[in-house]
Ligand binder design. Structure first.
Ligand code: C2E
Ligand code: MG
Ligand code: MG
Length: 350
C-alpha cells in the first residue's frame, strides 16, 4: 500500500507540491467497489534531489520519514523532508531502542506518590508513576518517553508491566500494613483503545490476588474522545469488574460536561496547572471551586494534583476538595521510600 513517484524533470519544491496536491485530490474521490463507496486517505512525503539526498537510498529513506510525518499530522496531506525531522526521528528511535532494552532487562521502575484525604490527612492510596534511568541518557521523564512508546507501539508492553507491578505492590502493602489502600495507575489513550486492556487487568488482579476495588485507572480525555461510544462501553465494563475510575488532567482538554454526565467516573483529578498558581489567579480559583462543586453534584470525588504549598491546602479545604496529591505532602518515592513514609505517618497519628 505504498507507492513511489519519481519526478525526474521537477526542479522546484513548488512543482512537487502541485503534483502532490493533484494526487491527494484524485484519491480523495470515493471509489465504488461492488456498489459500496470506499474512501481512501493518502499521506505523501517529498524528498528533493540533491538537497535531501544524493543516492536513491537516501532519497527514499527521507521521503519515507516525511510520509510518516504527514500521517501523524492526520493523513490526507503532504510533507517535505527536512533535516530537523530526520534528527528528531533519529533521536526518538534511539530512545525507543533503549526503552525496549530497559523493559526487557527489567530496568523500569515505579515510584509512588501518596494521595491523601484533605480533611483527616489519612493516606488513601498512591499514584504509580513510571521512572526510567538510562546509563547514557540519564533520567528520562515519562512525559518524554511515554509519547514515544505510544508512537512506536511499545506502550502496551510497558503498560502490562506497570499493571502487574502496581497490583503486586498494592497487594503486598495491603497485607503488610492492613490498611485501606487504592493504587492508581495511568493508562495511555493508545492502550485504552486497544482490545487487550481488560484481559490484562483481569490477569494482573488474579495473579496478585488484589481485589479490583483497590485498583484505580487514571484516564485522560484523549482516551475517551477518540470514540465516545466505545469508551463508554469500556468504562462500564471496568466498573462491572469493580475497578475505580479517575479522570486525569481535568480542565486541560475539552472538559465537556456532557460526557462527565454520561461516563461512570468515580473521581476527577483537577490538573496541576490550576493548582500551582491558585493563590495568584482569582479566575483560576473560581474555576477550581466550580469543578469541585460540579463533581460533587454528579456524585464524584475530587482530587487536586500539584499541591505544593500549605496555602493551597487551606484554599482547597475551604472549597471542600476531597483529596490532595503533591510535593507539599510528598514527591513520588521508591517503594521503600513509600513504606518508610507510611510507617512515619502511622507513628505521627498513633
Ligand atoms: P500525571 O498522571 O498527571 O502525573 C502527575 C505528574 O505530576 C507526575 O509527573 C508527578 O511527579 C507530578 N507532580 C506531582 N506532584 C506535583 C507537584 O506538587 N508539583 C509539580 N510541579 N508536579 C507534581 P511525572 O511522574 O513526570 O509524570 C508525567 C506524566 O507521565 C503523568 O502525568 C502521566 O501522564 C505520564 N505517566 C507517568 N507514569 C505513567 C505510566 O505508568 N503509564 C502511562 N501511560 N503514563 C504515565
Ligand atoms: Mg495521573
Ligand atoms: Mg495528571
Amino acid at each position: 500500500d505504498e507507492f513511489i513517484i519519481l519526478l525526474p524533470r521537477t526542479r522546484s519544491a513548488v512543482d512537487a507540491q502541485k503534483v502532490a496536491s493533484r494526487i491527494l485530490k484524485s484519491i480523495a474521490e470515493p471509489f465504488i467497489v461492488r456498489s459500496q463507496e470506499l474512501h481512501v486517505s493518502t499521506s505523501i512525503g517529498i524528498a528533493m534531489y540533491p538537497d535531501d539526498g544524493i543516492t536513491a537510498g537516501e532519497l527514499l529513506k527521507h521521503a519515507d520519514i516525511a510520509m510518516y510525518h504527514a500521517k501523524k499530522l492526520g493523513r490526507n496531506n503532504y510533507q517535505y523532508y527536512s533535516k530537523k525531522l530526520n534528527e528528531e526521528s533519529a533521536e526518538k528511535l534511539k530512545i525507543e531502542n533503549k526503552l525496549r532494552h530497559a523493559l526487557e532487562n527489567n530496568a523500569l521502575e515505579l515510584y509512588y506518590q501518596p494521595q491523601v484525604n484533605l480533611v483527616t490527612g489519612q493516606v488513601l492510596g498512591a499514584e504509580a508513576l513510571l521512572r526510567w534511568e538510562d546509563p547514557e541518557l540519564g533520567k528520562v521523564s515519562p512525559s518524554v518517553f511515554v509519547p514515544i512508546a505510544e508512537e512506536y507501539g511499545l506502550i502496551i508492553e510497558i503498560s502490562e508491566w506497570v499493571i502487574n507491578e502496581a497490583c503486586r505492590q498494592a497487594q503486598q502493602w495491603i497485607t503488610a500494613f492492613s490498611m485501606p489502600f487504592t493504587m492508581s495507575i495511568n493508562i495511555s489513550a493508545v492502550h485504552f483503545n486497544a482490545n487487550n486492556l481488560e484481559s490484562m487487568i483481569a490477569h494482573a488482579l488474579k495473579s496478585s490476588r488484589l481485589a479490583p476495588g483497590h485498583l484505580e485507572l487514571e484516564l485522560t480525555e484523549t482516551s475517551i474522545l477518540r470514540d465516545l461510544n466505545k469508551a463508554t462501553e469500556t468504562l462500564h465494563t471496568f466498573k462491572c469488574m469493580g475497578l475505580q475510575l479517575a479522570l486525569d488532567d481535568f480542565g486541560t482538554g475539552y472538559s465537556s460536561l456532557r460526557y462527565l454526565m454520561k461516563l461512570p467516573f468515580d473521581k476527577l483529578k483537577i490538573d496541576q496547572s490550576f493548582i500551582l498558581n491558585l493563590e495568584k489567579q482569582t479566575k483560576g480559583t473560581a474555576i477550581v471551586a466550580a469543578i469541585i462543586s460540579i463533581s460533587h453534584s454528579l456524585g464524584m470525588k475530587v482530587i487536586a494534583e500539584g499541591v505544593e504549598q500549605e496555602k493551597h491546602m487551606q484554599m482547597l479545604l475551604q472549597m471542600r476538595c476531597d483529596q490532595v496529591q503533591g510535593f507539599y505532602i510528598s514527591r513520588p518515592m521508591t517503594a521503600a521510600g513509600f513504606e518508610a513514609f507510611i510507617r512515619h505517618r502511622a507513628r505521627q497519628t498513633a
